[in-house]
Structure formats: structure tokens, C-alpha cells
Design a protein around this ligand. Sequence first.
Ligand code: GLV
Length: 331
Amino acid sequence: MTNKPKVFVTRIIPEEGLSLVREACDMELWEHELPPPREVLLEKIKDKVGVLSLLTDKIDAELMDANPQIRVVSNFAVGFDNIDIKAATARGLPIGNTPGVLTDTTADIAFTLLMATARRISESIDYVRAAKWKTWGPMLLMGQDIHKATLGIIGFGRIGQGMAKRASGFDMKVLYHDVYRRQDLEQSMGVTYADIDTILAEADFVSIHTDLNPSTRYMFNAAAFAKMKRTAILINSARGPIVDHMALYEALKSGQILGAGLDVTDPEPIPVDHPLVSLPNCLIVPHIASASVATRGKMASMAANNLIAGVRGERLPTPVNPNVYDGEIRK
Ligand code: GLV
């Protein structure tokens, strides 16, 4: 028997986090590769006071009401579109996330996808593996230049700014769009604010760094692709549903745009028989943007610290809904 607060951790996360949770809480850990099915999650939380969730766990009002003793949900991610924040705040339930620590790691992968797609790296690897490399070819696997190209950044928060920093090392011209114009950064970062249509018309690369919300869902649809250059490349390391995947397929297939590099898809995982998967000009990796050993360790300890603070009734170090503290929080 232990008097430690009972918590449910919905997947194995790096030890940096698990050791903190184990020390402070009576932890039940879901050790399977796949997320706990909905009915299992609902069952598991019944005797718990805290949940450490992943972006694959849907945390909605039904779940919050299934056990009113739950005092905290700590998401192991910076994004939180898997959680109904409004419902949580209305119930006095603090929600945590892991901002900041994954900014550079995520910007690194966005830039990696940009470079790999521009220079057709995945096709080149396949070419070598298929024993097609017979000689140096003057016309072989020609791609697009990255240096001095125009990069359009959609969403100029921490990760979008990280992308702009990387682009400056390649002498790229950077246009950005955000609901908040960042005039304070324009000169120092050498970036120019533009409306979306200007970015679509002028950018050689468009990189998505906005969150998923009703106004960004399917923002990249057939109409958007029709406005892009035929040589343009789309990069998405934000959330899959910001892009209409069938429209993307049509745009890539018909040559409306040149290529795409995706870390996120809709749905996830993307079925292997989805038409996008077979396109040589579409490079897809399995939502690994924050997956460096160091960053996942930091995310784990941050998520653990949010969980522990929450079960103790203390303010979370990084709450998503700080306004929850304006009212009564769940005890
Ligand atoms: C990953 O996608 C995250 O939001 O941290």
C-alpha cells in the first residue's frame, strides 16, 4: 500500500520523466506499443488523480467527467489539439504541455524535410538501392536549389521563427504569415510579413508551423495549391489535417506543385495504400519532429513535472490553460 497519488501514464516515455513520476506517484504505465483503446483509458483513469497523455489520446469532456477526481492532464507534446481545452477549463482541470524544449529539434526536421525534398534524397536512396546507378548522369535526379530561394512560413511562433533562422544561413528570402504580425522581429531576423496569397504565389518552399484549429483545418486545399508555383515544395511538420491530403495528391500528381515533405499526415499513421505514399515526389516520415534523444528526455521531465504539480494541487509549470487558475481548480 502506498499513499502516493495514483496516476496513469499512457505510454512508455523516456526514463527522465518516468523516474520522476515513479518517485512522486503510484504510477500505472501502459507499456504497449499502441495507445490504450478508448474503453481501456476510461477504465484505467477511474481510480487515478492524474493522467500523463500523448497526442494519440483523445481527452474530451466524456473522459473528464468519467472521473471528477482527475486533477491534471499532462500532455507529452507541445500541441494539444487532442484535448478539449475549453471543456477542461470549464471543469477547473489544469492541462500541461511541453513548450520550448522541442522548438529547435522540430525546426531542424522541417529544414531537413525541405532539403531532402528539394534535393530528392529519398528517390536517390531508392535509386542506389535498386541498383539503378550505372554512371554519373548529367541529367540524373536534378532537384531545386535551396540557397537564395524564397521560403514562406505559415505560422510565426517559436518553431516558425526557428525555421527562419535556419533559412538565413542559406541566404533565403523569408516571407511569413501569422495572425499576429511580428514587426518587432522583422528587421533583426530579416523576414517580411506577407498575406497568404502572396506567400502562395511567390514562395519556392512553403513550410507550415501553425497549430491545428478550425481556421487552419484544410487551409492547404485545391484552391491553395492552384495559387502555388509549379516548382513549389510544401513542408508540413505541424499537424496533418492542415493539409487536404487528396488535394495534395492531385496537386503532386498533376504537377500543380513539385513536391511535399511531410512529418505529419491525416490520418496518422497514413495507410500504406494511401496514394500519397507511392508518389516519388512526396517524402513522408512518421511524426518524428521532436524525436531526438535529448529533446524527448526534456519533454518527458517537463510532462512529469506538470503531472506531479497537478496531483499535488500546485500550479503547473507550463499550463496550456492558465486561466483555469482564475477560478476553482479540481481538488
Ligand atoms: C508533437 O507533434 C507535439 O505537438 O509536441
